[in-house]
Structure formats: structure tokens, C-alpha cells
Design a protein around this ligand. Structure first.
Ligand SMILES: *Cc1c(COP(=O)(O)O)cnc(C)c1O
Length: 339
């Protein structure tokens, strides 16, 4: 199968120019999201300034569109004709569907029979084919592999891919264009596409920027993998930060070495921190964000990172959450506060 040249390069050769080309490529598809200052978070942490990058307002509700769009638009004409495929039910699946439609490329999203009907409908509304098969996510993945084998669809990986990482890095280009003297970045971490893209972009522009990954304490897969020196699997425990679940791949070619080489530090947040971060975004900024997007605010509010005098950028990565779940959670959280 032919691949675009960026798909086969070693991680060491990913450079700023890949991020700059990504930005040009995805310009017409993504939204340049706003960044807003937070006086409250600056006061809490002693930082000189705190800026929140609102990828929660990105089309399809998360930064994932940047990576998916860069990957799909960068495919050869031949690969575009084959169509693209993924098995993610969450933000990545939506991003692939949306970007493919914009690019005029066929997209297939493999889903298990367990996936709620509204999610299946959502994929179809975005113009993708929903291939519903299998009793579990694993079986949906088997179906996905079978379809690639049979029809030659091109896989769009959620994180471990140079074009995807370069696309995610464009978030930080926008942040530094607006606030060039940001010196600390707090970034949600799961598979590491966003963090690797962030670190690559930030360090190539200014090696002194401190880049920190924020993991969820219930499933810090990347941090555990770095400790073990190889990708580890972890049991999936239910968390408010559902978009941070999932492994880093049995073989990891890009995000793990990039995070290892370029990221300065890692922090963890727990469930109550995440809920508090979500409520903070709602109360002080009228922002609805999902749990995974609140981990940066949560990390700051724990007051374990020294941000005194720093100019801090925090990525609010997405806003995909069921309204009912959100309202209940925020209600409970507010009651905890007042009692
Ligand atoms: C995917 C996702 C993350 C984690 O990104 P990785 O590239 O997998 O580390 C964080 N927040 C949201 C909202 C996501 O959808």
C-alpha cells in the first residue's frame, strides 16, 4: 500500500516544518480557536498569567480534528480514492468523519454493537459509514482489520503517526503566535499525540519552554510505559476523563520516544481534581468542557507545580460529554462546595 512520505519517517526527523506544513494544509478545515486569560487561575497559582486555549470549541468538539485533517489531506490521490478507516467511538472517530467529508474522501468508522445508537447516528450524520459489528471494542477492531485487508482502506491512527502528531502541534503554533512569551505548557496526556506535537512545536521554537504532561491517576499509561521502557497495558478503570483511556499501542513508534525526549515533567490528577477543574471552567469562564479537558486546570489547582511568576498556557482539549452526565456532575460538585 502506498503511504504519504510523512508516515514512514523516523521520529527523530519530525521537525517544525512538518507542523508549519500541517497548519497550511488544515487551514480551511479547522477553526483557529480562541485563547482567553484566566485571572482566577493566575491568582490561585501565583503565575504572572494563565491562558486557556479553547480546543473545546474546535469543530467536532476536540483538537483531534487537527491531526485527522492533516493525515487525510496529506494522503496521495490514490489513497484518498481508497477511503479511510478508524475504530474510535470518541473524539477521534468524529474528527476522521468530519475531515474526510471536508476532503471528499470516504470514511468508515467501525463500532461495536455496544455503542449507543446516538453515537452511531452521530457518525452517520457526519457523513461517514458506520460499520457496526462485534460484541466488544476488540471485536470491532478485528472487523476494522478485516475491512482494511479486504478493501485497502487507509487507517487514520488516533495518535502514533507523524502526520497526526504534526496536526496536533498546530494548537501550539497558534498559542505562541498569540502569546510568544508563554514559558510553561500544561497538556492532557493519553496516547501522547497532543503532548508530542506540543513538545515538538514548543521546543523547536523555544527550547526553554517547560512542557508538562498531565495524566489521569486511574490510567497513566504513558507514564507507566516510560518507567517500564516499553508500552504497558493497564486495566481500564472508569474515570471522568474518559477520553484519556486506552493504551499507547503494543508497538509505539512516535509518541513515546518524542514524549521521552522532549517533555520536561509529568503530573497526575485524581477524579475530584477533574470535577473541580470542570466546575471552575463553568463558573469562571462559562465553558463546558469534558473531564479529559479539565486535567490542566485540575493540575494547577492542586498547587503542586511551581508556577510562580510563570506565563502558563493550558490546553482545554475537548467538550464531548453527555449533557445529563455533565449536569448531574456539576450539581453534585456545587453541592460539595456549599456544604
Ligand atoms: C484524545 C484526547 C486527549 C488525549 O490526547 P492524546 O493525543 O491521546 O494524548 C485529551 N483530551 C481529549 C478531549 C481527547 O479527545
Amino acid at each position: 500500500m502506498s503511504q504519504n512520505p510523512e508516515s514512514v519517517i523516523p521520529w527523530q526527523s519530525l521537525q517544525l516544518h512538518h507542523i508549519l506544513s500541517a497548519r497550511r494544509r488544515i487551514d480551511g478545515i479547522i477553526r483557529q480557536t480562541p485563547m482567553i486569560p484566566s485571572a482566577q487561575l493566575a491568582a490561585i497559582s501565583g503565575a504572572e498569567a494563565v491562558h486557556l486555549k479553547l480546543e473545546s470549541l474546535q469543530h467536532t468538539g476536540a483538537f483531534k480534528l487537527r491531526g485527522a485533517a492533516n493525515k487525510i489531506l496529506g494522503l496521495s490521490e490514490e489513497d484518498k480514492k481508497r477511503g479511510v478507516i478508524t475504530f474510535s467511538t470518541g473524539n477521534h472517530g468524529r474528527a476522521v468523519a468530519f475531515a474526510a467529508r471536508q476532503a471528499g474522501v470516504k470514511a468508515v468508522v467501525c463500532l461495536s454493537e455496544q455503542v449507543p445508537k446516538n453515537r452511531v447516528d452521530f457518525v452517520r450524520q457526519l457523513g461517514a459509514e458506520a460499520a457496526v459489528r462485534g460484541k466488544s471494542q476488540d471485536e470491532a477492531e478485528e472487523h476494522y482489520e478485516a475491512l482494511i485487508e479486504e478493501y485497502g482502506y487507509v487507517a487514520v491512527p488516533p495518535f502514533d503517526d507523524p502526520a497526526v502528531i504534526a496536526g496536533q502541534g498546530t494548537v501550539v503554533l497558534e498559542m505562541l503566535a498569540e502569546q510568544p512569551d508563554l514559558d510553561t505548557l500544561l497538556v492532557p496526556l493519553s496516547g501522547g499525540g497532543l503532548l508530542a506535537g506540543t513538545a515538538l512545536t514548543a521546543k523547536r521554537i523555544n527550547p526553554n519552554i517547560r512542557v508538562m504532561g498531565v495524566s489521569i491517576a486511574r490510567s497513566p499509561v504513558m507514564v507507566e510505559s516510560l518507567k517500564a521502557g516499553k508500552p504497558v497495558a493497564m486495566e481500564e478503570k472508569k474515570t471522568l476523563a474518559g477520553s484519556l483511556l486506552g493504551g499507547i499501542g503494543r508497538e509505539n513508534h512516535y509518541t513515546m520516544p518524542l514524549v521521552k525526549a522532549l517533555v520536561d515533567d509529568h503530573v497526575m490528577v485524581d477524579e475530584p481534581d477533574v470535577a473541580a477543574g470542570m466546575l471552575h471552567a463553568l463558573m469562571y469562564h462559562s465553558l463546558v468542557i469534558e473531564g479529559a479537558a479539565a486535567v490542566g486546570i485540575a493540575a494547577l489547582m492542586r498547587n503542586e507545580i511551581n508556577l510562580k511568576g510563570c506565563k502558563t498556557g493550558i490546553i482545554l482539549s475537548g467538550s464531548c460529554i453527555e449533557p445529563k452526565e455533565y449536569v448531574t456532575l456539576m450539581n453534585n460538585e456545587m453541592q460539595c462546595r456549599t456544604n
